[in-house]
Design a binder for this molecule. Structure first.
Ligand SMILES: NC(=O)c1ccc[n+]([C@@H]2O[C@H](COP(=O)([O-])OP(=O)(O)OC[C@H]3O[C@@H](n4cnc5c(N)ncnc54)[C@H](O)[C@@H]3O)[C@@H](O)[C@H]2O)c1
Length: 418
């Protein structure tokens, strides 16, 4: 066994069943694992991963182990670790530093223990490992060949680092693969966000005013699924193109100040800070629910509610009631952290299959490629297409092929309209 710190080693047998269940729904990653176990493309490499420790991550980590890697793992959110999965991974030799309900200090302690292993390749979901490496742990930088980033917010931070010359090693932006954001952010976040709200509250969506802040890939999925459950969806946006798209998709679009007194449920998915603020909370109805599915707990800052409220009580897991001066009650889900991970189980395995297949193939790509300049790279097109092909095959779907005449027609400019 490796070095680890988890909640309870006795949960390992439970976690094994969870990982087994997830892998049944992850046929693409399972195929990659099979090839990795034969070819050992990651032999003797140390990987450092800061990812949500879920059953799907368990399948990814097992794929790396099959490829010959040594793995260090910490959670990428203090509330998202599935303790049974962490226990199973510790049992098979992964250096896991993760447990559910960490303080911020504990969270960064785990990030640092992962870096103690001196990884050659890093995997991030929100750029905390990379951020720590570039600030507090610069001595570990020279050994690093490259890394991957899973999510939108992380990619934004890394592009900002690249722009100022602060980025010291190459990163592949897994988030920007077609087979990631189109499915994971939209269908994965869409379904699991509603799942999280339901588990925390068990309310009926039908007939409710459901306000989605941010109509990006996550927001589109959340709005689409809430509409499917009979809610009246209102979209709040700052980008004119996205706002127009929401309007053409049939949603009401308005500023948050206008939506505040109308909404029964508010969900943020912007990647931005201080989206729902005091001035909005003051206008909200008694009983309004507030949830976040963007990055971390800054979109709806719980401190804002603490400042406004005269009292606070916990009603049930992941549901806190804040009573304001005038007696109005607002309900914050999962302490403002990612509601789909904290109150539910994150994305369903089927979408993580594609996101993590990209991760596995990008890590293999980094392992096989000579050191690249420190920039943010898109996922190689061959990898994106390979993942789509494998997924279609696993779903039993065949598609057409271009004929030679069509290939010629589509690749020349000389052929006119006649
Ligand atoms: N919960 C999850 O499991 C999960 C999964 C994937 C991504 N994410 C996170 O969700 C967030 C959104 O991801 P995405 O892929 O949809 O990003 P995106 O860039 O496609 O969309 C974000 C949208 O929010 C809008 N926006 C920004 N500030 C706003 C504000 N103050 N008010 C209203 N709208 C605002 C932007 O204009 C943009 O259209 C990111 O932080 C990402 O890391 C979470």
């Amino acid at each position: 066994m490796g070095n680890f710190k988890i909640k309870d080693q006795n949960l390992a047998s439970k976690g094994r069943l969870q990982i087994e269940w997830a892998s049944k729904h992850m046929p693409v990653l399972t195929q990659i694992k099979k090839r990795f176990s034969q070819e050992k493309p990651l032999k003797s490499l140390t990987l450092g991963a800061c990812l949500h420790v879920t059953k799907e991550t368990g399948v990814l980590i097992n794929t790396f182990l099959a490829g010959g890697a040594k793995v260090g793992l910490c959670g990428s959110n203090p509330l998202s670790t599935q303790d049974d999965v962490a226990a199973t991974l510790a049992e098979v030799g992964v250096n896991v530093f993760a447990w559910r309900e960490q303080t911020t200090e504990e969270y960064y302690w785990c990030v640092e223990r992962t870096l103690d292993l001196r990884p050659v390749i890093t995997l991030d979901d929100g750029a905390d490992l990379i951020g720590t490496l570039h600030s507090k742990r610069t001595e570990a930088l020279p050994k690093i060949k490259g890394g991957t980033e899973e999510t939108t917010t992380g990619v934004l931070r890394l592009r900002a680092m690249e722009k100022t010359g602060a980025l010291k090693y190459p990163i592949i932006a897994v988030n920007d693969a077609y087979t990631k954001y189109l499915f994971d952010n939209r269908y994965g976040t869409g379904q699991s966000t509603l799942d999280g709200i339901l588990r925390a509250t068990n309310i009926l969506f039908a007939g409710k005013n459901f306000v989605v802040c941010g109509y990006g890939w996550c927001g589109k999925g959340i709005a689409m699924r809430a509409q499917g459950m009979g809610a009246n969806v209102i979209v709040v946006e700052t980008d004119p193109l996205r706002a127009l798209e929401a309007a053409m998709n049939g949603f009401r679009v308005m500023p948050l100040a206008e939506a505040a007194p109308l909404g029964d449920i508010f969900v943020t998915a912007t990647g931005d800070t201080s989206v729902i603020r005091k001035e909005h909370m003051r206008k909200m109805k008694d009983g309004t629910l507030l949830a976040n599915s963007g990055h971390f707990n800054v979109e709806i800052n719980p401190r804002t509610l603490d400042e406004l409220a005269t009292s606070k009580r916990n009603i049930r897991p992941n549901l806190d009631e804040y009573t304001l001066k005038e007696g109005k009650r607002l309900y914050l889900l999962a302490e403002g952290r990612l509601v789909n991970l904290a109150a539910a189980e994150g994305h369903p395995s089927e979408v993580m299959d594609m996101s993590f297949a990209n991760q596995a193939l990008c890590v293999e790509h980094l392992a096989k490629t000579k050191k690249m300049p420190p920039k943010v790279y898109t996922v190689p097109k061959e990898i994106d297409e390979k993942v789509a092909e494998l997924k279609l095959k696993a779903m039993g779907i065949e598609i057409d092929e271009l004929t030679d005449e069509q290939k010629h027609y589509l690749s020349t400019w000389e052929m006119g309209t006649s």
